[in-house]
Write a protein that binds this ligand. Structure first.
Ligand code: ATP
Length: 217
């Protein structure tokens, strides 16, 4: 099994997330991609604006058309600050020794990786798929020298070889400007976001009146 793990706050999930998951699933012939909403991100100053149930529900709606996409509750059930290393260990435990993990993140998140809890161990347990994001450079300069030999510039015709050590794949094929911050700001201004999220997610946000109030915390 080749399993993708896509972590984030998904506040809300948007078309950029889906494009990433679709492309990475294809590029790496993944059997499944698990979207893993964080209870609370260690990298963001404040808690997510929408509650856990709403973010989970929107992810379920967004992923419903995709047979290989799943939503994992592992971080929401664990509660507190969500550390990716704990999630990756949990997936590894469930998978046993067989199978490969592909942990998916944007170039912005990758630049902060060396500040993540046990990031060296994280790089030992999973492949990393880093996708380009407008406004953020995609390279491995933020990584200590010792990991650089594991970096692969991913090309569409890349041949997968079975190697012992997991790799860090840098994939430049994503050019999507969407961000959850921009969506929340647009909603507060009363603008439409219909082109930025799947229709069911737009309907859900409207129905439950999410992201309407000025930020108070
Ligand atoms: P926010 O604006 O609230 O910070 P976000 O749009 O970055 O949210 P997250 O849920 O934080 O969404 O993102 C989860 C993961 O998806 C992160 O690794 C992030 O880098 C990546 N990501 C989100 N949007 C894009 C995008 N448009 N292009 C590339 N990567 C993205």
């Amino acid at each position: 099994m080749r399993i993708g793990i896509f972590g984030g706050t998904f506040d809300p999930v948007h078309n950029g997330h889906l494009e990433i998951a679709e492309k990475v699933e294809q590029w790496f012939s993944l059997d499944r991609v698990h979207f893993v909403p964080a209870a609370r991100s260690p990298h963001k100053g404040r808690p997510p604006e929408a509650g856990a149930w709403d973010r989970f529900a929107m992810l379920v709606l967004a992923t419903r058309p995709y047979g290989r996409f799943y939503v994992s509750t592992v971080e929401l059930e664990r509660g507190g600050v969500s550390y990716s290393i704990d999630t990756i260990r949990e997936f590894r435990r469930q998978m046993g020794a067989e199978g490969d993990l592909y942990f998916i993140m944007g170039a912005d998140a990758f630049r902060t990786l060396t500040g993540w809890k046990e990031y060296e161990e994280l790089l030992r347990l999973t492949n990393l798929v880093v996708v380009s994001r407008p406004g953020h450079t995609l390279n491995a300069e933020s990584l200590p020298e010792v990991f650089r030999s594991r970096v692969r510039i991913w090309e569409p015709d890349h041949e997968r070889t079975s190697e012992h050590e997991p790799h860090i794949y840098l994939c430049s094929g994503i050019h999507n400007e969407t961000s959850a911050t921009a969506i929340r700001a647009a909603l507060r201004r009363g603008e439409t976001i219909a082109h930025l999220v799947p229709p069911d997610v737009a309907t859900y946000i409207e129905k439950y009146q999410l992201y309407r109030n000025p930020i108070t915390r």
